[in-house]
Design a protein around this ligand. Structure first.
Ligand SMILES: [Zn+2]
Length: 66
């Protein structure tokens, strides 16, 4: 039996640093953004944070920019 602990949720995504598809851990973060010049009120924006397991590069992407 493989004595490997269950890995966190990972996805295969292209890493611009590794220049290939690598496993990334994915997590979500809600960031409160204040003093938005457009809306002038606080908004909570969900971000998708990914971290390359190969090189450790982190990336954050705003979720709701459809
Ligand atoms: Zn990488």
């Amino acid at each position: 039996m493989a004595a490997k602990e269950p890995s966190p949720q990972t996805v295969l995504e292209r890493c611009s640093n590794c220049e290939r598809e690598t496993e990334h851990t994915v997590s979500l973060e809600i960031r409160t953004e204040g003093s938005n010049p457009e809306t002038d009120h606080y908004s909570r924006e969900p971000y998708r944070l990914t971290r390359c397991l190969g090189c450790g590069t982190r990336r954050s992407q705003r979720m709701n920019n459809a």
